[in-house]
Design a protein around this ligand. Structure first.
Ligand SMILES: Nc1ncnc2c1ncn2[C@@H]1O[C@H](COP(=O)(O)OP(=O)(O)OP(=O)(O)O)[C@@H](O)[C@H]1O
Ligand SMILES: [Mg+2]
Length: 260
């Protein structure tokens, strides 16, 4: 069964069709990439999948169940987690505290126990801290744990968002341009991190403009253009498609991607 299905999704903003009849299926444990030019509708599709926007047409299914129009918190509880194209980090909290915010979903919420700081709560805090450290380690940020998030460079903040998303223990992780603003070395290690996440069973849906990264880690690629699906397939095949080259990659971009 497909983990995530997008079925005939349509979204209008005023008279503009931001998404027009988008259908795709994401399989468990794969890295599924969404690419396409600026304004193609990639982030809008993430917003529909994660319940930020309700589509005018079509349906979203998670493990076969219709979850169209569910509130974001409900989808998060059902195993969906995401990062944002614009960072959503708490600057005055430390890196590890930012990750612990993500853990919240897995903690019991016994008001009285919290009020009196019972031993069980302290034990739970210890467990939360321990797993937050593990997620920081997974994204290569162990050294930043106790620093205020605002003091981290941009590339590290992007990773911190991934760690926080992982802390919700998602079944599907949606990443919106994780490599934007990263240097080549950072992008390289990001590639291994994301592939590692998928290899331990977390399905990844990736929006990204860095074609080297996309080529290196994607199982399949879906191309959007002006709100419509242009192509879907494996890396090399997609990078050679004339319509994808014409709408997005350009000849140079296609050659670069194929060299990656
Ligand atoms: N809330 C909104 N209200 C009105 N129009 C919107 C809204 N969100 C997106 N759009 C429009 O929908 C279209 C798709 O935008 P979207 O942000 O999904 O593109 P994208 O593929 O993520 O682009 P980029 O690569 O630049 O991030 C654009 O024309 C955009 O201006
Ligand atoms: Mg976008």
């Amino acid at each position: 069964m497909n983990l995530l299905s997008v079925e005939g999704i349509g979204v209008d903003f005023g008279g503009v069709k931001a998404l027009d009849g988008i259908s795709l299926d994401v399989r468990k444990g794969e890295v599924f990439s969404l690419i396409g030019p600026n304004g193609a509708g990639k982030t809008t599709l993430f917003n529909v999948i994660t319940g930020v926007y309700k589509p005018q047409r079509g349906a979203i299914r998670l493990l076969g169940a219709d979850v169209t129009g569910f509130a974001p918190w409900k989808l998060a509880r059902a195993g969906m987690s995401r990062t944002f194209q614009n960072l959503q980090i708490f600057g005055r909290m430390t890196a590890i505290e930012n990750v612990m915010v993500g853990r919240h979903r897995h903690e019991g919420r016994n008001f009285l126990a919290n009020l009196f700081t019972l031993p069980s709560v302290l034990a739970q805090n210890a467990q939360t801290t321990r797993s937050a450290r593990e997620y920081l380690h997974e994204v290569g940020l162990s050294h930043t744990a106790d620093r205020p998030a605002a003091s981290l460079p941009y590339g590290e903040l992007k990773r911190l968002e991934i760690a926080r998303a992982l802390a919700t223990e998602p079944t599907v992780l949606l990443l919106d341009e994780p490599a934007a603003g990263c240097n080549p070395a950072e992008t390289d290690s990001l590639a291994s991190t994301i592939r590692g996440i998928a290899d331990r069973g977390v399905t990844v849906v990736l929006i990204e403009h860095d074609m080297k990264l996309v080529m290196r880690i994607s199982d399949r690629i879906h191309v959007l253009n002006q709100g419509r699906s242009l192509a879907e397939g494996r890396g090399e095949e997609i990078m050679r498609r004339p319509e994808v080259i014409a709408a997005y990659l350009g000849d140079h971009g296609s050659r670069e991607a194929l060299r990656a």
